[in-house]
Design a protein around this ligand. Structure first.
Ligand code: KIV
Length: 257
C-alpha cells in the first residue's frame, strides 16, 4: 500500500475525512485544498449528461473527465469510479482498472458491491491497484433509491459485506443511503474509513456531489445540503454581460487593442 493511502486510512478516529466529486480541472483545483479525497464519480452521467442511469456512462467518458480532473488535483487522493459493465469478472476488471490508472494517473478506483466483487478487489489489490468499495444504495444496479438497512437481513448483509471488502483489501468504503445506526455499527466494526453520503454523521467522512453542494445541479434529495447558489451567481454575471454588450459598455478601451 502506498504512503498516500496509508495516511488516508490513518485519519480514521482522528479527523473527519472530507471528500467531494469533480468532473473537470477547474472545479478540482478549487476543492483540492479542502479535500482529503476527490472522486471522479460516474454520477457525471446524470449531472452532466442527463442520463437517467449511471449504466450509460462509459469507460472512455470516465477516462477523459479524469484526465481533466488530474490537472487540478495536487494534494487530495484521486479516486475514479469504474463504470457499469467494466468489472463483470476479474479479467475484465483488471484490464479496465489498469487502463484507468495508466491513462488518468489516479490513485485508486472505486467499485460498487459486496460479496460479488470480493474476488475482483483481491485481484486488483494483488496488482497494486488500490480499491475503494461502495455499499448501500448502488446506483449501477439499483432498482430503487430507498435507503438501506430497514430490515434485519439487509442489515446483516451490508455489515457482512463491509467486513468482506475490508478483508479483500479495500482501503475505504462509501456508504450510500444507509440507516444511521447501521452506518455507526459498520464504522465501529471495520478498521478502514467509511465515507457517508446519506449515511449519517457516524461515518468517518462525508462525500457530496460538488454540483449539488454549490447549487449547480437541480436535485432535491434529503441527504443533500446546498451550501451556495452558483446558478444565481452565473445568472447575475451573464445578465450583466448581456446588458454591457447591448449598451456598448463592453468591451471598453481597457478590454480592446
Ligand atoms: O458517482 C458518484 O458521484 C458517487 C458518490 C455519490 C459517492 O459514487
Amino acid at each position: 500500500m502506498n504512503n498516500k493511502i496509508i495516511n488516508f486510512i490513518k485519519k480514521k478516529n482522528k479527523s473527519k475525512i472530507i471528500s467531494l466529486t469533480a468532473y473537470s480541472k477547474n472545479i478540482a483545483s478549487i476543492i483540492d485544498k479542502y479535500c482529503d479525497l476527490i472522486l471522479v464519480g460516474d454520477s457525471l452521467g446524470s449531472v452532466l449528461y442527463n442520463f437517467s442511469t449511471t449504466k450509460k456512462v462509459t469507460l472512455d467518458m470516465m477516462i477523459e473527465h479524469s484526465k481533466s480532473v488530474r490537472m487540478g488535483v495536487s494534494k487530495s487522493l484521486m479516486v475514479v469510479d469504474m463504470p457499469y459493465n467494466t468489472y463483470r469478472n476479474t479479467k475484465e476488471a483488471l484490464k479496465n482498472a489498469k487502463k484507468i490508472i495508466s491513462k488518468t494517473k489516479c490513485d485508486a478506483v472505486k467499485i460498487e458491491g459486496g460479496k460479488k466483487v470480493y474476488q475482483i478487489i483481491k485481484i486488483l489489490i494483488k496488482n497494486k491497484i488500490p480499491v475503494m468499495g461502495h455499499l448501500g444504495v448502488l446506483p449501477q444496479s439499483a432498482t430503487n433509491f430507498k435507503f438501506k438497512g430497514k430490515n434485519i437481513t439487509e442489515r446483516k448483509n451490508i455489515l457482512r459485506d463491509s467486513k468482506l471488502l475490508e478483508e479483500a483489501g479495500a482501503f475505504s468504503i462509501v456508504l450510500e443511503c444507509i440507516e444511521s445506526s447501521l452506518a455507526k455499527e459498520i464504522t465501529n466494526t471495520i478498521n478502514i474509513p467509511t465515507i457517508g453520503i446519506g449515511a449519517s454523521s457516524h461515518c468517518d467522512g462525508q462525500v457530496l456531489v460538488t454540483d449539488d453542494l454549490i447549487g449547480l445541479n437541480k436535485i432535491s434529495a434529503r441527504f443533500v445540503k446546498k451550501y451556495s447558489n452558483i446558478e444565481k451567481k452565473i445568472n447575475d454575471a451573464v445578465l450583466k454581460f448581456k446588458q454591457d454588450v447591448t449598451k456598448i459598455k463592453f468591451p471598453s478601451k481597457k478590454h480592446s487593442y
